[in-house]
Design a protein around this ligand. Structure first.
Ligand code: AMP
Ligand code: MN
Ligand code: MN
Length: 329
């Protein structure tokens, strides 16, 4: 594979020549993964291309109203990959996080791959890679590329890209928000992105059960250390069982820790597939969490990163994280 690195101008030249693509994203998709993948699918179909989106993992409940009318596959296409001109991988930084569906390894051998992402540590294997770490979301890169190609922004695509930018910036709260982010969002609204539908789904659709789960987490599981600079919570499986709640819908839980005054670093630990998954967030650029996630074998952005540890012991993982975070603070 060539693995050619390129900017958005070159990526737009590659994309404009593709006529029939399969679009994939990362496992356990978040708002940007869904927004980028379904947005690009809608955009290409709206501009007389053939595009299919593959989303094999269950989707977070709150996004279901948004995807109701979207077209996507939940299983690896029966006809294989040779029917497509290319595979497009979005918002995914590592080979082992690409969601290809049952038993299909990444990278597949029989197709060209275009990788578009905003994780600075992206090392996905692909023919062509367009990685823009300054972009607030992969959806934002796609809006830029669509304009470079001169594609018409359809209302459905605009709504999905709006979702991706909205969720990856935490509704413009996070430090990845820039003047350019607002310019792109303005252009999406001008192209009839459905602001109300996105905001209702993302910020005004919490179940009462989730609200009770969150209250219990704050009361009984969250801890604050190092003079209030570190907030963390380790959530055992039985706590999730008590509410019938799962991390599939927990993308924003860690914000309950980060939002505290004085907190610089927030960490959430829970079990995923029998291993401890750690989410890390910072709100002080002087203490980024990307380097710690990478040191532990994970990755992500400087201010929002994650790692899956090769242990099932939540308490010892929490103690190790506390010690590592102590060195950063
Ligand atoms: P999360 O805490 O799962 O919301 O992830 C925050 C960021 O960290 C995402 O943008 C991911 O790219 C990255 N990340 C999360 N989990 C992992 C992991 N196990 N390995 C590498 N990167 C990860
Ligand atoms: Mn993502
Ligand atoms: Mn993203």
């Amino acid at each position: 594979m060539l693995n050619r690195k390129m900017d958005t101008v070159y990526a737009s030249d590659v994309l404009r020549q593709l006529d029939n693509v399969l679009i994939v994203t990362h496992v356990r998709p978040d708002g940007d993964a869904l927004g980028a993948a379904l947005g690009l699918g809608a955009l290409m179909r709206g501009n007389l291309r053939r595009a299919q989106v593959l989303l094999p993992d269950p989707l977070p409940e709150k996004y279901l109203p948004l995807v109701r009318n979207a077209d996507f596959l939940t299983e690896f296409p029966a006809g294989g990959l040779t029917q497509y001109d290319a595979l497009i991988v979005l918002d995914c930084a590592r080979n082992d996080r690409v969601a290809m569906g049952s038993g299909t390894d990444y990278p597949p051998q029989d197709i060209s791959i275009l990788n578009i992402d905003h994780h600075g540590d992206n090392n996905v294997q692909a023919e062509w890679s367009c990685v823009v770490p300054d972009a607030a979301a992969t959806s934002a890169i796609l809006v830029r590329i669509a304009a470079l190609i001169g594609w018409k922004m359809t209302p459905q695509a605009a709504t999905f890209f709006y979702l991706g930018i909205m969720t990856d910036t935490g509704a413009f709260r996070f430090s990845n928000t820039s003047p350019d982010t607002h310019r792109l969002v303005a252009s999406l609204l001008e192209n009839n992105a459905d602001h109300d539908q996105v905001i209702q789904a993302v910020y005004f659709s919490k179940s009462r059960n989730q609200q009770l789960f969150e209250a219990d987490m704050v009361q009984n599981y969250s801890k604050v250390d190092f003079d209030g600079r570190y907030a963390w919570a380790a959530l055992p499986d039985e706590f999730f069982r008590k509410y019938g709640f799962s991390m599939r819908d927990g993308e924003m839980l860690i914000e309950l820790l980060r939002e505290l005054s004085g907190v610089k670093i927030a960490v959430l630990l829970y079990l995923a597939g029998g291993q401890v998954k750690v989410s890390l967030r910072s709100k002080d650029p002087a203490c980024p969490v990307g380097p710690l996630a990478r040191k532990l074998g994970g990755g992500g952005h400087e201010m929002a990163a994650g790692v899956t540890l090769k242990t099932s012991d939540l308490n010892s993982a929490a103690a190790m994280l506390r010690e590592e975070v102590g060195k950063l603070l």
